[in-house]
Design a protein around this ligand. Structure first.
Ligand SMILES: C=C(O[C@H]1C=C[C@H](C(=O)CCC(=O)O)[C@@H](C(=O)O)[C@@H]1O)C(=O)O
Length: 278
């Protein structure tokens, strides 16, 4: 299988992209979550490799992509434009778009702005943002405090805190090699990238897309883990608004289904795409 690592220069910054699979195959674009990188998709990508061309992107401040100094550069509006210019540079016109957690929020943000590009949308453990200005204000303040903690205490202390969140308790039953890989990926991030992401594109900083969900006419697959009550409930609410939607709750899985059950995740994605293939 052909594996390409590219740095795409768009809008004054470099975006790292990892591409697997032949050019003639249908394209799936993957967007990782907060503290993640293209590495999080490696097993899923390998599982899909001979049927799809997979394009995994390091979002701003993550992986090998640029780490701008100012948090305002990480806004949803800026990163949606970064993605559009990256896709243009790569010659990608139509693709399935898959986002995990923060990457799902960006995927939805991209889809509502560039619907003509997206064939199907898969949101894993994600949301359209927050519904009220009050919720947004409280979340921005919380994320701002967490960003300050990252800057003051450093990456190791933050990762120790982060991996103890309830969302990730199910990861403790994963093989040691998998847990080490998740921790290594998080520790490879930067203080500036993570703190600016929280401030610039945190859940409370992005626009609320709750009133745009009904305009998304693409086939949408929502994937959540049975053990992730918060995002399972958010998906149930989103399901009331997307016109064409399916919600799969994966048994014995938490927030990061694609990490905990990568081959099942790949199968769900493939079946979703093929069920709507024109
Ligand atoms: C803790 C909450 O929100 C965070 C949880 C998940 C999001 C994410 O991308 C985590 C990915 C990972 O660490 O594997 C993150 C985000 O969307 O930016 C949220 O800040 C919560 O309770 O909402």
């Amino acid at each position: 299988m052909i594996r390409l690592n590219k740095m795409i220069h768009v809008r004054g910054i470099d975006i790292h992209v990892e591409i697997n699979g032949d050019e003639y195959l249908p394209v799936i674009v993957f967007l990782h979550g907060f503290t993640g990188s293209t590495a999080t998709w490696s097993t899923v990508s390998s599982s899909l490799g001979n049927k799809f061309r997979t394009v995994a992107i390091d979002l701003l401040g993550h992986g090998d992509s640029a780490v701008p100094e100012h948090a305002s550069r990480y806004s949803m509006e800026e990163q949606v434009q970064d993605l559009e210019q990256t896709f243009k540079e790569l010659g990608l016109t139509h693709f399935t778009l898959i986002g995990y957690s923060m990457g799902g929020r960006v995927a939805l943000g991209y889809t509502v702005n560039y619907p003509q590009r997206v064939l199907q949308l898969v949101l894993e453990s994600s949301s359209p943002g927050l519904q009220t200005k009050e919720e947004q204000t409280v979340r921005r303040e919380s994320d701002s405090r967490l960003a300050a903690r990252i800057r003051e205490e450093g990456l190791h202390s933050f990762v120790d805190f982060w991996e103890e969140l309830a969302l990730f308790q199910s990861q403790k039953t994963l093989p040691e090699t998998t847990r080490r890989a998740i921790r290594k990926e998080r520790l490879q991030q930067s203080v500036t990238g993570l703190s600016n992401s929280l401030i610039g594109i945190g859940t409370g900083s992005q626009p609320s897309y709750w009133n745009r969900v009904e305009t998304v006419l693409h086939p949408v697959l929502l994937i959540t883990g049975e053990l992730d009550m918060k995002f399972k409930n958010i998906a149930r609410e989103m399901k009331q608004h997307f016109p064409i939607v399916r919600h799969i709750t994966v048994e014995n899985a938490g927030h990061a289904i694609h990490v905990e059950k990568p081959h099942l995740f790949a199968t769900m994605v493939e079946e979703h795409i093929l069920s709507w293939k024109k």
